[in-house]
Ligand binder design. Structure first.
Ligand code: PRP
Ligand code: HPA
Length: 175
């Protein structure tokens, strides 16, 4: 058990399970994008560990870029997704793979959809390490899913509770 700020968390998903999930996603991305020179677009802060591991496993040519969006306070979304750092390069005509640590309500994804629609990308797909099907309320298809999890608040492997827990190499759930 660990304590972050005022809350206790218990071990939930091991490093081994996370690595299996990342291997699965990376293998599919290699199959689908090997000769496509895609741009991996990571969503900061949470995706930094997942993005690193996926990109390390990709064998074709690719480019890497990041945006930074935020909407969570404590264990809940405010519903107000703020773009804290936007795109710094044109994605026009490119094949984009969005890298997320987690798709929960889908609010963040909806905001990124708006950004990418304006960019006139050739196409884009989402690759996420964790996906909460019970919480996801949006239409956009999430093609690459590492692991489906119940609607519980988790920390570790990039995910935080009010800034803490991102450095944990396994995932914990709220006790
Ligand atoms: O599907 P949603 O309900 O929108 O949740 C998913 C988003 O929430 C987290 O980001 P957060 O806003 O906490 O910012 P952070 O990545 O800096 O922690 C996570 O990294 C996703 O981007
Ligand atoms: O379960 C979660 N944990 C941490 N951050 C999050 N952002 C969306 N869902 C989560």
């Amino acid at each position: 058990m660990i304590k972050l700020h005022d809350l206790e968390f218990e071990p939930y998903i091991s490093e081994e399970e996370i690595n299996v999930a990342i291997d699965k996603v990376a293998q599919k991305l290699n199959e689908d994008y090997m000769d496509a020179n895609p741009i991996f677009l990571g969503v900061l802060n949470g995706s930094f560990m997942f993005a690193t591991e996926v990109i390390k496993r990709f064998s074709g040519d690719c480019e890497v870029s990041f945006v930074k969006l935020g909407s969570y306070e404590g264990t809940r979304t405010t519903g107000n997704v703020k773009t804290l750092l936007g795109l710094n390069q044109s994605l026009r005509g490119r094949k984009v793979i969005l890298l997320e640590d987690i798709v929960d309500t889908g609010n963040t994804l909806e905001e990124i959809n708006k950004i990418l629609l304006k960019e006139e990308v050739a196409n884009y797909e989402v690759a996420t390490l964790f996906y909460k099907p019970e919480a996801y309320k949006k239409e956009f298809n999430i093609k690459y899913r590492g692991m489906e999890i119940p609607n519980k608040f988790i920390v570790g492997y990039g995910l935080d509770y009010d800034g803490l827990g991102r450095n944990l190499t396994q995932v914990y759930k709220l006790k």
